[in-house]
Design a protein. Structure first.
Length: 426
């Protein structure tokens, strides 16, 4: 870590013009400093437009001539999506740029004036003065596949949130107009959605026959819901406590919600299949899916978050990216407990945690790792703590398979963990 920090510091020398930019939606603020953090010009602003970017470039060239600088380093926070247009312009203009952690900016605001003031001018100044000390990260070069996976992951996450919102609205509708519906149908399957589209209200069901309901569903292309369920649904509809006001518009509403849910589910399946196809273009895909309990969808989501695992020199880098590094709060004789930092990609950490559940059930090698840490005599871990250990081990295995381009061998993995094999032998 120290060597990486030194390398970043060495990128800024006497001939380097340092520019810190505070990103906003329409107007950005920039501050120019030298390698020692001394301001070389008054903070200026430029717009989120081609004219604004040209003005920034022109100002940088003038400052380099005025102060005899031969190189430039531009830094800013990855604020929402507004920074992407500027980053693209800087890339095609051959102007090097780096990213600054927003937490570093937040923690450094009061070092200048000891005041909690926050404004765009101050933020640009703080960002500029962080760069000479190496508090930045260099964005990796992304391939076309990386861009597609990252974009697909964002789209899929938004679709999932939309599906959750629509399901909540459907549940609200059911609670109002047919509260007993959930006694028959528990999930949002094809049978339930067919009933909600064709006969959503108790009045549509209570006087109908089982044969009539089944026939209408078959004509609509739905699966057969089963006679017992239809009989129970008719009985519940006859004594329903659902409200009966505004039922005409209510039927239009539920039909629209069901159609919206079906469309979102189709879009989710479509984007998921496309992401798997994109992930198969990466050389390590076939080796990562060789782990029993890890699906193609999981691997595609993982690669969308991290990119090719071959870009990392050590699995610790991926562990830190996921926020799974251990932290402690100790001082003097006080020895604090260790917890994970949770500083990193939240989506990656959530994905790894969810992936360990089927992994522990279906993969005997990882099950042994989990069992050892959860049931060892000396300092046994809680269930969630043991699962975090499995997450870290999974990262190490995935990185090893990617770098060495080999399929997963459970016996070799357990052979490297001598403490587990020794405990099993005992």
């Amino acid at each position: 870590m120290k060597n990486n920090r030194n390398e970043r510091i060495n990128q800024v020398h006497e001939n380097t013009l340092v520019i810190g930019i505070d990103i906003a939606k329409e107007k950005h603020y920039a501050c120019a400093v030298d390698s020692r953090g001394r301001e070389l010009a008054k903070v200026w602003n430029f717009t989120q437009s081609r004219e604004g970017f040209l003005y920034l470039n022109h100002t940088i060239q003038n400052l380099m001539e005025q102060h005899d600088k031969t190189e430039v380093l531009i830094g800013f926070e990855a604020t929402g999506h507004y920074w992407m247009n500027l980053a693209f312009y800087l890339k095609i203009s051959d102007l090097p740029f780096v990213l600054v952690n927003p937490l570093h900016v937040k923690q450094s605001k009061e070092m200048d004036d000891n005041i909690q003031t926050k404004n765009d001018t101050k933020d640009a100044r703080v960002i500029a003065k962080l760069l000479p000390n190496g508090y930045f990260s260099v964005p990796r070069d992304m391939t076309t596949v990386d861009h597609n996976l990252r974009q697909g992951s964002s789209i899929r996450e938004r679709i999932r949130k939309d599906i959750g919102a629509v399901k909540n609205r459907i549940q609200r509708w059911i609670d109002l107009y047919f509260p007993e519906f959930r006694q028959v149908f528990k999930h949002y399957g094809q049978q339930e959605l067919a009933v909600l589209k064709l006969t959503p209200l108790p009045e549509d069901i209570k006087n109908a026959s089982v044969e009539d309901l089944v026939r209408r569903q078959k004509e609509a292309g739905a699966k057969y819901a089963g006679r017992p369920k239809m009989i129970k649904l008719i009985e519940l509809a006859q004594h329903s406590i659902g409200i009966k006001d505004g039922v005409y518009i209510a039927k239009i509403e539920i039909r629209a919600l069901v159609q919206q849910l079906e469309l979102l589910q189709f879009q989710l399946e479509e984007i998921t299949a496309e992401m798997v196809q994109q992930a198969k273009n990466l050389p390590e895909f076939e080796y990562l899916v060789s782990i029993k309990g890890i699906s193609e969808n999981t691997v595609s989501e993982l690669l969308a978050e991290t990119g090719s695992l071959q870009n990392y020199n050590h699995p610790r880098q991926i562990i830190k990216l996921a926020g799974l590094t251990l932290r402690e709060n100790s001082s003097g004789k006080h020895q604090g407990t260790k917890k994970i930092s949770k500083r990193g990609r939240r989506g990656l950490r959530r994905l790894l945690y969810k992936a360990t559940l089927p992994l522990i059930r279906n993969n005997h090698a990882f099950h042994k790792v989990y069992t050892y840490y959860h049931s060892r005599e000396d300092n046994p871990l809680k269930k969630k703590e043991a699962m975090v250990v499995v997450c870290r081990k999974l990262i190490q295995v995935l990185h090893g398979l990617s770098v060495h381009q080999t399929v997963f061998n459970p016996e070799r993995m357990l052979g490297d963990l001598s403490y587990i094999t020794a405990s099993n032998a005992a």
